[in-house]
Design a protein around this ligand. Sequence first.
Ligand code: NAP
Length: 210
Amino acid sequence: MNVLIIGAAGKVGQLVVDKLSRTAYTPVAMVRSKKQKEMFENKGITAVMGDLEKDFESAYADVDAVIFAAGSGQDTGAEMTIIIDQEGAIKAVDRAVHFGVQRFVMLSSMAADRPEAGSREIKHYLFAKHRADEYLKKSGVPYTIVRPGPLTSETGTGKVFLNEHVNGGNSISREDVASVLVEALMQPKAENRSFDVVEGDTLVEDLFRH
Ligand code: NAP
């Protein structure tokens, strides 16, 4: 199964590609620069060019599933958040519908399901993520939405706490988020469900067993 990773050169995206490449799934890294493309190809990973602000339809050729891990980042203004995190994600969902993608895993954010509760600084971001998540849910594409707490660059523990709603703003490593995204993709029980996730005590491979 070919899995397009949108935002593959990002910090979470690279970890997702790395983990997927050790499964039976085949990662296809969507990147914005030739340098990034070469970086993946030098590791034996298929990479395709695609920019959420432009046309990226060709990236979907032979794609069975999508993991969306892109984002405009914290250094850009609210306008870019709408362009990438909201409209870019919505366009990615539209293309998934068009190409009959079998599963779409969205990297969202904790509190994106209740954006009105966010502080003034992040409310626009939470609303952008919220609109993209809701669009995905209504698209008809089988989905999983993963809403992590604040991300750290610590080494993953392989253990998390995942639930439909988690109270509190505990953090989680990017590596563990990447593991959850890959596990969610592989497990039928994660289909058409949305979760908060933070650091915790449950092994990622046990998350969707029950
Ligand atoms: P990151 O390192 O900034 O990665 C973001 C990726 O998005 C980059 O690879 C970037 O591409 C890509 N991107 C940006 N604009 C694009 C465009 N127009 N077309 C295609 N790709 C584009 O971020 P991260 O640390 O991996 O985090 C990923 C996401 O997690 C964030 O965006 C955020 O939505 C979510 N999140 C973050 C937190 C947190 O605490 N930071 C908490 C919860 C959720 P380039 O490499 O070309 O720049």
